[in-house]
Ligand binder design. Structure first.
Ligand code: HPA
Ligand code: ZN
Length: 332
C-alpha cells in the first residue's frame, strides 16, 4: 500500500474543525439567496480570490462575514451535513466540532437555533453515515469576559448536548488568563476544556491554557516548540496538540510546509494530531492535510498511523471505542 492509499483507508478522528469554517462558497451563495441576504461577492470565483490571507485576523474578518447568511435552523443543519459528507469521503469516523455561538447570537439568531440545527445533523450523521460526533462551544476571545460568561449561562440548559468549551478568534492580546473565571465555571459545570493557544500567540499562552484554564487539549500549540521546558511538560502529561497544517500555511504561521514542526514534535513524543481547522477557507479537509504533510515531510507509514492513533487517544470518546479504532489501525 502506498502512502496515499494508507491515508485514505486510515480511520481518523477530527478534533479541530470550526463548523463556520466548513462553509463552502457554493452553499454560501445558495443560503444567501434563499435568505435574501446580500454578500459582497458576485461569483464563486470572486469568493475564492478573496481567500488570500496574511495572518489570522485577515482570515477572521472574512470568516465572520461569511457566517452572516446563516439564520435558520435548516441553514446550520445544511452546513453541518455538508461537512459530514466530507468526513465520509475522508474516512473521518468521529469528529468533535467547534461552533461559535456569539457569531450568531450577536446578530439576533437564538442559541437554540444554532444548536438544534447542528445537533440534528449530528444525529443524522450517526444514523445514516455511521459517523459519531461531539459539539464543542467556543468563546470568542476578542469579546469580553462578561460576554463569554453570558454565553456559558445560555449553554447550561443544553449541557448534555455540548461536550466541552473552547476559546478561539484573535489570539494576540487576548491571553487565556482573560477567561480564567469563565473556564473555572465551565469546569465546575462538567464541560471538558480546550483552548486555541500558541498559533500566533507565544508559548506563554500555552502555559496559561494549561495552568489557568486546565485544558484537556491544546488547539494548535505549534509555538510550544520555542520553549523546551514546555515541550517537556507536554510530553510528560501526554497533552494533545490539535495541529492544522494547511491552516498554518494559509495564515502564514509557517512559510513553507517543509518547515512545519509536526514531524519534529511527533518524534519528540508530543501527542500531535492532524486537523483541518477551516477547510473551506484553507484549501482542504482531513486527507488534504495528511497529503500536504506527507508530501513535504519524511513521514514513515508507522508515523502516519501514529497520527491517526493519536487522534483517537486525544478524542473525547469512551476508552472502549478508542481501543476499537486503534486495533483497526494496527491491523492495516
Ligand atoms: N484560530 C483562531 N480562531 C479561529 C480559527 C483559528 O485558526 N479558526 C476559526 N476561528
Ligand atoms: Zn481553529
Amino acid at each position: 500500500m502506498n502512502n496515499s492509499e494508507l491515508i485514505r483507508v486510515l480511520p481518523k478522528a477530527e478534533l479541530h474543525v470550526h463548523i463556520e469554517g466548513t462553509f463552502e462558497p457554493e452553499l454560501m451563495f445558495e443560503i444567501a439567496q434563499r435568505n435574501k441576504i446580500d454578500i459582497p461577492y458576485k461569483s464563486i470565483d470572486e469568493v475564492k480570490q478573496a481567500y488570500n490571507f496574511h495572518n489570522l485576523q485577515s482570515f477572521l474578518d472574512i470568516y465572520y462575514a461569511g457566517a452572516n447568511v446563516l439564520v435558520y435552523e435548516q441553514d446550520f443543519y445544511d452546513l453541518a451535513w455538508a461537512y459530514f459528507i466530507k468526513c465520509q469521503q475522508d474516512n473521518v469516523v468521529h469528529t468533535e466540532i467547534f461552533f461559535d455561538p456569539q457569531t450568531h447570537t450577536d446578530r439576533g439568531v437564538a442559541f437554540e437555533i444554532v444548536l438544534n440545527g447542528l445537533k440534528k445533523a449530528c444525529v443524522d450523521a450517526q444514523e445514516k453515515l455511521g459517523i459519531t460526533s461531539h459539539l464543542i462551544m467556543c468563546f470568542l476571545r476578542h469579546l469580553s469576559e462578561e460576554a463569554a460568561m453570558q454565553t456559558l449561562e445560555q449553554a447550561l440548559p443544553f449541557k448534555d448536548q455540548i461536550i466541552g468549551v473552547g476559546l478561539d478568534s484573535s489570539e494576540l492580546g487576548h491571553p487565556p488568563s482573560k477567561f480564567e473565571r469563565v473556564f473555572a465555571k465551565a469546569r465546575e459545570a462538567g464541560f471538558l476544556i480546550v483552548a486555541h493557544a500558541g498559533e500566533e500567540g507565544p508559548a506563554e499562552y500555552v502555559w496559561e491554557a494549561l495552568d489557568l484554564l486546565k485544558v484537556n487539549r491544546i488547539d494548535h500549540g505549534v509555538r510550544s516548540e520555542d520553549d523546551p521546558k514546555l515541550l517537556e511538560r507536554l510530553v510528560l502529561e501526554k497533552m494533545p496538540l490539535t495541529v492544522c497544517p494547511l491552516s498554518n500555511l494559509k495564515l502564514c504561521v509557517i512559510d513553507d510546509m517543509a518547515d512545519h514542526n509536526i514531524h519534529r514534535l511527533l518524534k519528540q513524543g508530543v501527542k500531535v494530531t492532524v486537523n483541518s481547522d477551516d477547510p473551506a477557507y484553507f484549501g482542504g479537509y482531513m486527507n488534504d492535510n495528511f497529503h500536504a504533510i506527507e508530501q513535504a515531510l519524511p513521514l514513515s507509514q508507522d508515523e502516519l498511523k501514529q497520527l491517526a492513533i493519536n487522534s483517537f487517544e486525544a478524542s473525547f470518546i469512551p476508552e472502549s471505542e478508542k481501543r476499537k479504532w486503534i486495533k483497526h489501525i494496527h491491523a492495516l
